[in-house]
Design a binder for this molecule. Structure first.
Ligand code: CA
Length: 423
């Protein structure tokens, strides 16, 4: 090899090495970007500066540590846990594809309680069987309610009855209570629960896509982007509008749909009532930047507007600057997408196993897997602490009859009970 040829070959090696380095750097950057996107950390919609005002979370060190104990494994995309309130001690677990499963005496029964696989439309990541609620009179009436997406496309709330076997429901007993348009595949709400006053509460998404293109959440004539409150009874078809709903009586009578309890929500994926105080806690999933927790005392009469899409959390969304927050209810807590990407509202703990959590609200993020505690300070601020970095895709919390709490790992197919950490 002549000298110039050796130089050339050395130069070629150098160029090849540099090129490989560039390729490696690009690949690393791309995989980091993909990871961030998977976690939903899309920062493309940079938010305007926060509006002035109090409410910033006080972040504290947790004073209690928790652990997770599996109660059922091998589930297909679990996304809710509840109980029948009938003293049976059973847990009812929802699988997104359409099955309700029963845990009785600590064992997951192989046969589903109810299989709605054929009734529902589970195409798309947020479609499927979304909610389940047992009324206070379930032990006597044998009825229960589900929320799911279906062809139409619609979000349907329907009533079913148990069969002669209490661990099997009658699939043919379906009665539609309410159907709502479902214009896009995401943001379908689907949380349903009976309030302490015995009414059926329903969370509805804003209809989906992004940025509420139909402006549903702010519209008192639309049932989407709301919390609804209905009066249902086992032997009566359909529903009635409770006379004390905010648009059913009083000064705002007729100014909006009678079914509406609260407005301005984007996708109140999970909400709950505090067993002790009756307060309503809502986890409302944000757009690109801010996840929020809202809380209200229903004795104030409802009709609150939680801001979307004028605001996302405490920040202007539409318009992006200079929005008017007059009359909008700020969240008690918000967090940015550095801590997650999709809030999963939880419960105020009223069980007995973890006395240090008494009266503490637990919530989580689907993407980051973090579980937080929230305590309301006397001045109204939220004090938030990270309880657990679970690494799970937490799709929901749930409660048993005794008030112990559970969470669902959507990806791993396991439902866990929240227990005190071993000392
Ligand atoms: Ca809001």
């Amino acid at each position: 090899m002549t000298y110039p040829a050796a130089m050339r070959s050395r130069r070629v090696r150098l160029v090849v090495a540099l090129a490989l380095l560039v390729v490696a750097a690009v690949m690393l950057r791309r995989s980091l970007t993909q990871l961030a996107e998977q976690l939903g950390a899309d920062r493309s919609g940079e938010v305007p500066a926060a509006l002035a005002g109090g409410g910033a979370a006080l972040v504290s060190e947790p004073t209690v540590t928790i652990a997770l104990e599996p109660v059922a494994r091998g589930l297909a995309r679990p996304l809710f846990v509840t109980h029948a309130g009938d003293g049976s001690g059973r847990l009812f677990l929802l699988e997104q594809g359409g099955k309700v499963r029963v845990v009785r005496d600590g064992a997951l029964r192989p046969e589903p309680f109810l299989d709605l696989t054929r009734e529902l439309d589970s195409s798309g990541g947020e479609r499927g069987l979304l909610g389940l609620a047992f009324p206070p009179d379930h032990a006597a009436s044998g009825v229960f309610y589900v929320a799911h997406t279906a062809d139409g496309p619609v979000v349907r709330v329907a009533r079913y009855r148990v069969s002669s076997d209490p661990d099997r429901a009658d699939r043919r007993s379906a009665e539609t209570i309410l159907e709502m348009d479902d214009p896009a595949s995401n943001h379908n709400g689907g949380m349903i629960a009976f309030g302490p006053e015995g009414r059926l509460w329903i969370g509805t998404g804003d209809g989906g896509s992004a940025g509420d293109p139909w402006d549903n959440a702010r519209d008192p004539r639309s049932l989407l982007g709301k919390i609804l409150r209905l009066e249902v009874a086992a032997e009566r078809p359909g529903y009635r509008i409770p006379a004390d709903n905010p648009f059913a009586s009083g000064p705002r009578k007729g100014a909006g749909r009678g079914e509406i309890w609260a407005l301005g929500l984007r996708n109140p994926w999970r909400f709950s009532f505090d067993r002790a105080t009756g307060e309503l806690w809502i986890g409302d999933v944000g757009q690109n930047a801010w996840e929020e927790i809202d809380v209200e005392d229903p004795r104030e009469g409802g009709g609150k507007h939680y801001g979307w899409k004028t605001m996302e959390g405490r920040h202007c969304y539409s318009p992006r600057e200079g929005c008017d927050p007059t009359g909008l209810e700020p969240p008690i807590h918000e967090y940015g997408h550095d801590a997650g990407c999709s809030v999963t509202g939880g419960y105020v703990y009223r069980g007995r196993a973890i006395p240090a959590l008494a009266g503490v609200y637990l919530f989580a993020d689907y993407c980051s897997g973090k579980v937080w505690s929230l305590v309301r300070r006397p001045e109204g601020r939220a004090e938030v602490a990270e309880l657990l970095a679970s690494g799970l895709a937490i799709s929901s919390f749930g409660e048993d009859e005794a008030g112990e709490l559970y969470l669902c790992d959507h990806r791993g197919g396991t439902v866990y009970r929240i227990v005190p950490a071993p000392s």
